[in-house]
Write a new protein. Structure first.
Ligand code: CA
Length: 234
């Protein structure tokens, strides 16, 4: 089981505090204090990492650039730590493939809750071996791969989980609350509109000319998958 967290933070008092707290929770912790060191540590320990806690404002390479470079290689979960409480930064981070963000200062419990969601998701992916299909969209849980008309679609972890959730429950309508509970985890502390943001991302990444969006808005309720689909067991 992957158990290592890479903390990328130039503020020593914060990285020291987080290291202690995370070690106390039995995580193995690595620390990098600038963006270049983060890339080196990532490359060296890639296969052990559960997730990266990534500060946004960093010397040498900023968090956005680190995230961009990591996303060229893989879909390792990344939680952004930002000191700036502007929705623009959060959306930029999510747009660039972050899985979650946390605004400084934060309580350690809030961070641990988010880490647990990622851990749970990592645990759930083991032994699941299924291919979901809805029209031209196919999601292969074994390969962790999504295609649309045989073209690969690159999704973030969260987008992938949200799509998988809809595909696994083709006939049900879900409220934003349901989706937050099921996909983000009951302990998610952000805002409900994050669901709308992610449904928007999925729609644009999976858009096909002449077809209605795969995820349908049910007015006054929430969202559902557009129509029943086949569910192929491998
Ligand atoms: Ca910083």
């Amino acid at each position: 089981m992957k158990n290592t967290i890479l903390i990328v933070e130039d503020e020593e008092s914060l990285s020291g505090y987080l290291t202690k707290e995370l070690q106390f929770e039995d995580f193995n912790v690595l620390v990098a204090s600038d963006g270049l060191a983060a890339m080196e540590t990532y490359q060296e320990h890639q296969n052990e990492l559960l997730l990266i806690l990534l500060d946004w404002m960093l010397p040498k390479l900023d968090g956005m650039e680190v995230l961009r470079r990591i996303r060229k290689h893989d879909q390792l979960p990344v939680i952004i730590m930002t000191a700036r409480d502007y929705i623009g930064d959060k959306v930029a981070g999510l747009d660039n493939g972050a899985d979650d963000y946390i605004t400084k200062p934060f309580e350690i419990e809030e961070l641990l809750a988010r880490i647990r969601v990622i851990q749970r998701r990592a645990d759930n992916q083991i032994d699941v071996n299924q291919v979901y299909q809805a029209d031209d969209v196919q999601l292969d849980t074994k390969a962790h791969r999504v295609t649309n008309a045989d073209e690969e679609v690159i999704l973030t972890h969260r987008e992938y989980d949200l799509l998988q959730f809809f595909l696994a429950h083709p006939d049900e309508v879900f409220t934003r609350d349901d989706l937050l509970d099921q996909v983000w985890g009951a302990d998610f502390l952000g805002q409900q509109n994050v669901v709308d943001v992610y449904v928007g991302y999925l729609r644009s990444k999976l858009a096909t000319p002449d077809a209605a969006p795969l995820i349908k808005t049910v007015r006054g309720v929430g969202y559902k998958l557009r129509e029943p689909m086949s569910n192929v067991q491998e």
